[in-house]
Design a protein around this ligand. Structure first.
Ligand SMILES: Cc1cc2nc3c(=O)[nH]c(=O)nc-3n(C[C@H](O)[C@H](O)[C@H](O)COP(=O)(O)OP(=O)(O)OC[C@H]3O[C@@H](n4cnc5c(N)ncnc54)[C@H](O)[C@@H]3O)c2cc1C
Length: 369
């Protein structure tokens, strides 16, 4: 157990930060978690949409599901399952070949157990961010992390200049916290100056990212020509996956809701035209049309949706893993852990493993004080 006065700041409430924060708190550390978005989850967030006639629609517009192969992660997932935060999505999955216009590979796609958050993907992060010992502050972006040698402490300042307090340790769970990309998008220096952690700086190379567009669709009637609830696309340059969101366990089934994912190549083409800034509503409307037309080109009977909206994930998937062995980066002198899927693999499981590793490093260190 760490000393109860140990204070650690966790930046980011995606699954890596949320897992790390909850494990630290269980080990007696006092954790303050800062999240720039309004709610928890990061790329496991959900989207609530209200239609013109006042209907509420909910979509998992980030990660639609996750799979697990590591026994330690499976242990945690079983615990979440017992708490009702996670359920297995036991539907049929397949691939759709756009050339033969047939569903194939039922067995292959159905091999691994698929897990979803209940009632939405971010339920897991939400619960972890509210565990005893974790104080979560949403809508608070961390703008800078300063190290004070004389106090042996980190001092955090918000993007709005607000003093966020002093901490003995810091967990940074998003690559933007140290990346040049932060400057490209915001025009400001990244919150964490790598000169403060020279030993880690060499390992913290720029992580290339792949973007993805998703299309959220709602239909009044089930798409009964589709016999599976999730499928990958073969031989499509535009679409990579389709998921029937309303068929997930615990999800409201008031309408038939599907989420389609673009291919990375398609997204790269759009981003090359519009840059890194937030896409305009006309760009998103054009993307929505293109993704939907490709869905219709399958030849499956797809009725007109009563709701159709695209969303862009600028940094959907890191294209490199910078700490595959150690699973997080750790500076013992300054007590900084850097974690996230970009350390291990571009998946929920990779992010969980990284958050677990970051919490171990800090707990081990603080318990020796
Ligand atoms: C469309 C899509 C489909 C996917 N499909 C799958 C799938 O099928 N299976 C699978 O396993 N994975 C999938 N993934 C990947 C999975 O979502 C991620 O690997 C995982 O959620 C990453 O978690 P993380 O904690 O590393 O990062 P994130 O979830 O990105 O969390 C980082 C958090 O830090 C916050 N933050 C950043 N900077 C600051 C700051 N300065 N101050 C405060 N907060 C800050 C961000 O707002 C964010 O909430 C998908 C992702 C997307 C986008």
């Amino acid at each position: 157990m760490a000393s109860p006065v140990s204070r650690v700041a966790v930046v980011g409430s995606g699954i890596s930060g949320a897992v790390c924060a909850s494990l630290l708190a269980r080990n007696g550390v006092s954790v303050t978690l800062f999240e720039s978005a309004r709610g928890p989850g990061g790329r496991m967030s959900y989207r609530k949409e209200i239609t013109e006639d006042g209907k509420e629609l909910v979509f998992d517009h980030g990660a639609p599901l996750f799979t697990v192969s590591n026994p330690d992660v499976l242990g945690i997932v079983r615990e979440w399952e017992a708490r009702g935060l996670v359920a297995e999505w036991k539907e049929n999955f397949a691939s759709f070949d756009c050339i033969s216009r047939k569903f194939i590979d039922f067995e292959k796609e159905g091999l691994s157990e698929k897990y979803v958050g209940v009632p939405v993907m971010n339920s897991i992060c939400r619960a972890l961010c509210h565990e005893p010992g974790v104080e979560s502050k949403f809508g608070v972006g961390v703008g800078s992390l300063e190290w004070f040698d004389e106090k042996n402490l980190w001092s955090l300042t918000g993007l709005d200049g607000q003093n966020l307090g002093n901490f003995e340790g810091v967990v940074a769970s998003d690559k933007n916290i140290f990346s040049k990309r932060f400057t490209d998008v915001t025009g400001r220096p990244p919150p964490l100056d790598l000169n403060l952690i020279p030993e880690l700086a060499a390992k913290l190379q720029e992580v290339p990212v792949c973007s993805c567009f998703v299309l959220m669709l709602a239909f009044t009637k089930p798409l009964s020509s589709i016999s599976v609830k999730g499928f990958s696309f073969k031989n499509s340059e535009i679409l990579s996956w389709a998921f029937c969101d309303s068929s997930k366990p615990g999800h409201p089934a008031t309408s038939e809701r599907w989420v389609l994912h673009s291919t990375m190549e398609y997204a790269r083409g759009v981003v090359a035209q519009i840059g890194l800034q937030k896409p305009s509503s006309s760009t998103l409307a054009k993307v929505a049309e293109e993704l939907f037309e490709e869905f219709q080109r399958t030849g499956l009977t797809i009725s007109q949706p009563f709701f159709k909206k695209a969303h862009r994930w600028g940094s959907a998937f890191p294209a490199a893993s910078i700490a595959r062995e150690e699973k997080c980066l750790w500076d013992r002198k300054k007590r900084v852990a850097i974690c996230g899927d970009f350390c291990v693999s571009p998946t929920v499981e990779g992010a969980i493993l990284s958050g677990m590793a970051a919490s171990s490093k800090l707990t081990e260190f603080l318990s020796c004080l």
